[in-house]
Unconditional design. Structure first.
Length: 162
């Protein structure tokens, strides 16, 4: 089974930035990484005028498009994380942004000490990513990283979950 690590935190906590930095590091290790993002606010990945947009506009419940370089699937429903993960069985690692209440290992990003209660709400917290020195010392509990320690985070993931 492909290892899955979730990157979670409140809005504007730096989740996407951290994931893009981790992906670049793992690519440098010749590892193929898949990323799944949960968006509670809705999104538009397709654009007006494309064939796939026209299929959906005509009422297709789902549409897929593929080329030698890229594949996209559009469904008019939310897809459970477990089903999305099944699609990425040929990768070495799956990073998931969001889906806070799923039960995969999580790295929690904190914007400030005020976000600390989030840690208690979650299952499988393996690491805390913080900014600044206004946080408690790492005496027990999940491993703590400063935001700029991305190389160390990548190595921690590689050693413990891959």
């Amino acid at each position: 089974m492909v290892p899955v690590v979730q990157i979670v935190g409140y809005k504007n906590s730096g989740k996407t930035t951290l994931i893009t930095r981790l992906v670049k590091i793992f690519n440098g290790m010749n590892l193929r990484v898949a990323v799944i993002k949960h968006d509670l606010h809705g999104f538009e990945a397709d654009r007006e005028g494309t064939d796939s947009f026209r299929f959906r506009e005509a009422g297709a419940a789902a549409a897929a498009i593929t080329s030698p370089w890229r594949t996209a699937v559009f469904e008019e429903q939310e897809t459970p994380l477990a089903k999305l993960i099944e699609h990425f069985t040929e990768y070495e690692l799956i990073l998931v942004e969001g889906f806070k209440h799923e039960t995969y290992p999580k790295m929690v990003l904190l914007r400030s000490a005020e976000d600390e209660p989030l840690i208690q709400e979650l299952q499988q917290v393996i690491a805390i990513v913080q900014k600044g020195a206004d946080f408690p010392a790492n005496e027990s509990g999940p491993r703590r990283f400063q935001r700029d320690e991305v190389e160390h985070m990548a190595e921690y993931i590689r050693q413990n979950w891959m």
